[in-house]
Write a protein that binds this ligand. Structure first.
Ligand code: CAA
Length: 382
């Protein structure tokens, strides 16, 4: 049997996230986007609500709920403020889940608990100037000397780069052996040699901070190595599979906001003596948006459910992200089209959806990388 009904707990989480987004995120969302203001106060409320470490057991500071509930909450947050949604997604999926899956008890005690409680914020740093999609082609290098590593390199496009307290940095600990030389280190903010570049001036998700980071002879204790030397690429990709479900939910929220704004405007706006929603051209756009949004949600829920069941979900996470990000882009573009000239104006809040949507086709693996992952999984399994 397939049951599409939410449990009472999931309904409560959805309603809580919706109410939070309406009360705390909607006010000022245009200004935060315009001036690229990080939502620090809003994140404190999210921490109190248990939204920063949702899938982490309570023992380790989290809320101990399932991935399905997490994606439901994330959709609600993203439908109002996609910048806050990515901050939440990175902390939950790429940092907390990674530490939970691979960290030692000591690492969990020291780093995961405050991150999952939302007292600290985490960042995940894989990309470098010369390696984006080709993620294993990194140069950042950690040389082991005694009981610590000496870490040197430049990483870029680090979400939460400025605001985070802890960064998971992927680097080489052995050269010339490809991805088998990659390791993952926990880097604390404020250590000597770590400097944070300027906040990038972005097309969208402008409330989140994205920065380069520079590592110059940073001394990292060997106890901050996650898993084993050489396992870093696996650690990175496993976290990214979960992360992609989160970004798909972010895209879904953006698409849903576009649909809601379109329906409302189509009913209100009159041209040629009728509400524009009475014209077939507008009806078709709205019908297509709604259909694609439902399809995206089903893909996301399927991937989340597989993850909760402990079953393989690499392909399904990539499918969800590939499809939902396309839906977000199409729905937000059509939303602006339906709004006509008003849609192009900042104060209507729909041009932001279009700008925010674009990144969902790029980060945590471009759409082309998702296609590569999906095809690879299919071909591998015959
Ligand atoms: N879980 C566990 N292990 C995994 C895995 C997963 N989901 N996916 C792959 N692996 C394992 C593989 O089994 C393999 O292990 P073995 O060598 O032992 O067999 C190893 O990891 C390497 O995997 P692949 O052989 O599949 O790697 P590849 O080199 O062929 O392909 C790639 C890799 C898919 C192209 C990868 O480089 C990739 O995903 N690139 C995109 C990078 C990306 O998404 N960057 C996002 C940056 S972070 C970000 O955007 C966050 C943000 O700010 C919001």
């Amino acid at each position: 049997m397939i049951d599409f009904n939410l449990t009472d707990e999931q309904k409560l989480i959805r309603d809580t996230a919706r109410e939070f987004a309406k009360t705390h995120l909607a006010p000022g969302v245009i200004e935060r986007d315009d001036k690229a203001i990080f939502p620090a106060d809003q994140l404190k409320v999210m921490a109190d609500l248990g939204f920063m470490g949702m899938m982490i057991p309570e023992k380790w500071g989290g809320s101990g709920i399932d991935t399905c509930s997490y994606v439901i909450a994330l959709e609600e947050i993203a439908a109002v403020d996609a910048s806050t949604a990515v901050i939440m997604s990175v902390n939950n999926s790429l940092v907390c889940q990674l530490l939970y899956d691979w960290g030692t008890d000591e690492q969990k005690k020291k780093y995961l608990i405050p991150l999952a409680k939302g007292e600290n914020l985490g960042a995940y740093s894989l990309s470098e100037p010369q390696s984006g999609s080709d993620a294993s082609n990194m140069r950042t290098y950690a040389e082991r000397i005694g009981d610590h590593y000496v870490l040197n390199g430049t990483k870029n496009w680090v979400t939460n780069g400025q605001s985070s307290d802890v960064i998971i940095v992927f680097c080489l600990t052995a050269k010339g052996i490809g991805d088998k030389g990659i390791s993952a280190l926990i880097v604390e903010k404020g250590i000597k040699g770590l400097s944070i570049g300027k906040k990038e001036n972005k097309l969208g998700i402008r409330g989140s901070d994205t920065c380069e980071i520079y590592l110059k002879d940073c001394q990292i204790p060997i106890t901050n190595l996650i898993a084993e030397e050489g396992q870093g690429f696996k650690v990175a990709l496993k976290a990214l599979s979960g992360g992609r479900i989160g970004i798909a939910s972010q895209a879904l929220g953006i698409a849903r906001a576009a649909l809601n704004a379109s329906v409302s405007y189509a009913n209100d706006r009159h041209q040629f003596g009728r509400a524009i929603g009475e014209f077939g051209a507008i009806k078709n756009k709205i019908a297509n948006m709604a259909t694609e949004i439902d399809a995206a949600r089903l893909l996301i829920w399927k991937a989340a459910r597989l993850k909760d069941l402990g079953m393989p979900y690499i392909k399904e996470a990539s499918m969800a992200k590939l499809y939902a990000s396309g839906v977000a882009m199409r729905a937000s573009t059509e939303c602006v089209q339906i709004h006509g000239g008003y849609g192009y104006m900042q104060e209507y809040g729909v041009e932001r959806l279009m700008r925010d949507a674009k990144i969902t086709q790029i980060y945590e693996g471009t759409s082309e990388i998702q296609q590569l992952v999906i095809a690879k999984e299919l071909l591998k399994n015959g």
